[in-house]
Design a protein around this ligand. Structure first.
Ligand SMILES: [Zn+2]
Length: 418
């Protein structure tokens, strides 16, 4: 079992040594003097240790489609650009695209992704190989007969992976209320409760979705989801841009988790999430990047800055979207939402961490570390990343990164010609 000893690293303003053993933070002390056999020693001088990021809404393999169709309306973008190209993706493409996405995530300090996509077995395989945590789901979406059949078969295979890996969680992924009929949503809700699944769904993302929901069901999307029994503390609601006051109460009372995606919401002009109202109400807010088609990167550092700025702009107040609140939704809140016993650098917690280069120009002056992380840093400040007690990146180098880039470039070139 890997042991890691990080020497002379800054934690909450103090210089400490951090010992990782059996995947957990075993000891954190000013000096760990005893000889630790077979430990990998990491020099933490001029570095800070922080909890890493938990990205609660992504479509990892969409990294292959980055910059393919920008500056479009959501439904035009989906129906006329994204879905036709996605239909050509093979399982091998999804594997390659997922590896590209996970490389980018690791390089920017992320150790977990809640991912919604096709050919999810390949995303799970890529995550396992790269040592990153992932939640992938059985997909429910009304589409062509061929695609429905592919999803049905995929879901059977996915279910076999349940409980097999400590890095991979299998959940349920009904895509959205406008792509999944009511009867299927009801079946999914029953399955979720009976078999204790977690579930994620796009919810209240655009004005059109809300308008259509009122026309068809005479209630808001959140009320509709609740009426179907789909809101529990194991539900992760992506976007939640258009919330009524009652929706916020329902989300808080059911304990459902919000995955806030500020960059995607702004890029697609979906609207602005009521960050301050949800925070005040006591909702469980987490942060996600959405896919690289609507962002166009997967950096949680960028996402934090946009979360803070969009809150300030929305509430016409520089005190909305505070750095500490935003850092919390990007880190520990995400871990908690997925019952991962991590997200804090504390003895006994699972060893997920990132080391930040304090000599990086973005980190100077250094009056407040978290402020620098939210408002100043880009991914070049992330020096090393540890997930589940394993080093995924050391001094900015990730295993196999050259090969991952080479394969992804080849795949993108071939996609263009299909
Ligand atoms: Zn999405």
């Amino acid at each position: 079992m890997a042991k890691i000893l990080i020497k002379n690293v800054e934690l909450n303003g103090e210089i400490v040594d951090v010992l990782i053993e059996n995947k957990r933070f075993k000891k954190i002390a000013p000096k760990i003097l005893e000889n630790i056999d077979n430990a990998q020693i990491i020099d933490g001088t001029d570095k800070a240790i922080l909890p890493p990021f938990y990205n609660t809404h992504t479509h990892a393999a969409m990294s292959l489609l980055r910059s393919y169709a920008d500056d479009k309306e959501l439904f035009d973008w989906l129906q006329n650009y994204i879905w036709p190209l996605e239909a050509k993706l093979t399982p091998q493409d999804v594997y390659i695209g997922s590896r590209l996405a996970f490389l980018e995530m690791i390089k920017s300090g992320t150790v977990f992704a809640c991912d919604m996509y096709w050919h999810q077995l390949e995303t799970a395989r890529a995550a396992e190989e790269m040592g990153i945590r992932v939640a992938v789901g059985e997909m429910f979406l009304q589409s062509t007969p061929e695609l429905n059949e592919m999803n049905r078969k995929n879901n059977i295979e996915l279910e076999k992976l349940r409980g097999k890996s400590e890095l991979v969680e299998i959940m349920l992924d009904p895509h959205a209320i406008y792509t999944v009929p009511k009867e299927i949503l009801k079946t999914v809700a029953e399955k979720m409760k009976k078999e204790d699944f977690r579930l994620t769904i796009h919810a209240s993302e655009t004005p059109l979705e809300v308008e259509n929901c009122f026309t068809e069901h005479h209630i808001s999307p959140i009320a509709y989801l609740e009426s179907l029994g789909l809101l529990t503390e194991k539900t992760v609601l992506a976007h939640c841009v258009h919330l009524f006051d009652d929706d916020i109460k329902v989300i808080r009372d059911t304990g459902a988790v919000i995955a806030h995606n500020p960059v995607s919401n702004m890029k697609l002009n979906s609207g602005r999430f009521r960050f301050h109202d949800c925070l005040e109400a006591g909702c469980n807010i987490t942060l996600g990047t959405d896919g690289a088609c609507s962002n166009n990167n997967l950096s949680m550092l960028d996402e934090m800055k946009f979360a803070a700025l969009s809150a300030k702009s929305q509430y016409s107040s520089p005190t909305a979207g505070k750095d500490v609140d935003v850092f919390k939704i990007a880190t520990v809140n995400g871990a908690k939402a997925f019952d991962i016993d991590a997200g804090e650098i504390k003895e006994g917690k699972l060893a997920d961490a990132m080391l930040i280069d304090l000599n990086n120009h973005f980190m100077i002056a250094d009056y407040k570390l978290i402020s620098n992380m939210v408002y100043s840093a880009d991914s070049s400040v992330v020096d090393s990343v540890i997930c589940n007690g394993e080093v995924l990146m050391l001094n900015r180098k990730v295993r196999d990164e050259d090969e991952i880039i080479r394969e992804a470039k080849k795949c993108c070139a071939s996609l263009k010609n299909r």
